[in-house]
Design a protein around this ligand. Structure first.
Ligand code: PLP
Length: 406
């Protein structure tokens, strides 16, 4: 088996029905059986390789699942109709009424809202902690804690989780560490560092074309099968099923993920270094000034870099909005949420993707109004991009002369 995740993905080959170089798309919701006995056995989960109904599994979804397992180095992976479809299925599979979760407090706003507001309907409570403080994480574990949850690189504050350290705590208490690796595919391989379950929003870098939403759960064969169980699986019963046509297109895009990640990271590293030199408040894990820089270095695959996401705090929401509008006008990118597109995308998380997090909590976690999150695109001439971005900042008085006005 190839040592590199990118090669493991490229090594997969499933020919199409007529010898096509891509696998055929399974354009069916249901499947016939020659014998009634095989249908019964399939319902019981006893027949490998038989398809029952596309909410349970389909060839196209299994191919994409294989690629996701190859990416993360797990035994198996299930794909879902969105990242939230993956995250919510995992949480509901692991927790019963009355259980407890320890979660990083800086996570994607939708996940935060699910843990804080939605799951409490089932009397499941969450302690939100500073994930960079391992003692605080361990102190929050109590009777009834069923999982530790974090993002390897957090949205939007770009905190770095110490996956090995968190695994040690999870193992000590016999609970799984669930890691959302959406921001750092290929750069960080959480399962290789010990995490038990890895979830993804495929919507972002992995698909890379901003044309669909999708997700995945990567883990042990037993856990992935349990999610699909026809009588008790949260994946099967909550019904967040990815369409086969989308699964096929995401699989094709995954084959260029390694090239794209290198370019996203190169460009983000370039811009973050320049803007930091200019005196702006830049956060990017590839900067020596980032508190998680050394940790990320110690747990990443160097050639894919520190990822495509950086933030700049321009001081106020007004300035952030004006800058984003001007950058869009200058065709530097789009004022849009999400990430991993060929074009740079920017948004102010406090009023968009993290708006589910109450204001006072945003303040405690250091999420300020003037923060802009950039998902840096695949621009070939990044110096030119820098020059135009800088001129936008001068026009708005965010940069003045040699001084920075914030
Ligand atoms: N996880 C992270 C880190 C995200 O940024 C997002 C979406 O922005 C999600 C999960 C949710 O993914 P989806 O929008 O595909 O449901």
């Amino acid at each position: 088996m190839a040592h590199k995740a990118s090669d493991r993905i490229l090594d997969l080959h499933n020919f199409g029905e007529f010898g096509g170089v891509n696998p055929s798309i399974s354009d069916s919701s249901t499947y016939t059986f020659i014998s009634a006995k095989t249908m019964f056995d399939t319902f019981e989960g006893n027949t490998e390789g038989c398809y029952l109904y596309s909410r349970h599994s389909s060839p196209s979804n299994l191919y994409l699942g294989e690629a996701m397992a190859a990416l993360e180095g797990t035994d198996s992976a299930n794909v879902t109709a969105s990242g939230m479809g993956a995250i919510t299925a995992v949480i509901m599979q692991l927790c019963d009424a009355g259980d407890h979760i320890v979660s990083s407090r800086t996570i994607y706003g939708g996940t935060y809202a699910f843990l804080k507001n939605f799951i409490k309907k089932y009397n499941v409570t969450t302690s939100f902690v500073d994930i960079t403080d391992l003692q605080a994480v361990e102190d929050a574990v109590k009777d009834g804690t069923k999982m530790i949850y974090c993002e390897s690189v957090s949205n939007p504050l770009l905190e770095i989780a110490d996956i090995k350290g968190l695994t040690r705590i999870a193992d000590k208490y016999g609970i799984p560490l669930v890691v959302d690796n959406t921001f750092s595919p290929l750069s960080i391989a959480p399962a290789k560092l010990g995490a038990h379950i890895v979830v993804h929003s495929l919507t972002k870098f992995i698909n890379g074309t901003s044309d669909c939403v999708a997700g995945a759960v990567c883990g042990s064969k037993d856990f992935c099968l349990a999610l699909k169980d026809v009588t008790s699986g949260a994946g099967m019963l909550l019904g967040s099923t990815l369409d086969s046509i989308r699964a096929a297109s995401i699989l094709k895009n995954m084959r260029t993920l390694h090239i794209r990640m290198q370019k996203h990271s190169y460009n983000a590293q370039f811009l973050s270094e320049r803007f930091e030199e200019d005196g702006l408040r830049v956060v990017y894990p590839g900067l020596v000034s980032h508190p998680g820089h050394e940790l990320m270095k110690s747990q990443m695959v160097a050639e894919y870099g520190f990822g495509g996401i950086m933030t700049i705090d321009v001081g106020s929401l007004e300035k952030a909005n004006a800058l984003m509008e001007l950058m869009q006008k200058e065709n530097l990118g789009y004022l849009a949420v999400s990430l991993g597109f060929y074009k740079t995308l920017f948004s102010a998380p406090g009023t968009s993707t993290s708006s589910e997090i109450p204001e006072e909590e945003q303040e405690t976690m250091g999420l300020s109004d003037g923060l802009i999150r950039f998902s840096i695109g695949l621009d070939d001439d990044i110096q030119r991009t820098y020059d135009i971005m800088k001129s936008c900042m001068y026009q708005l008085g965010i940069l003045t002369g040699d001084e920075v006005v914030l």
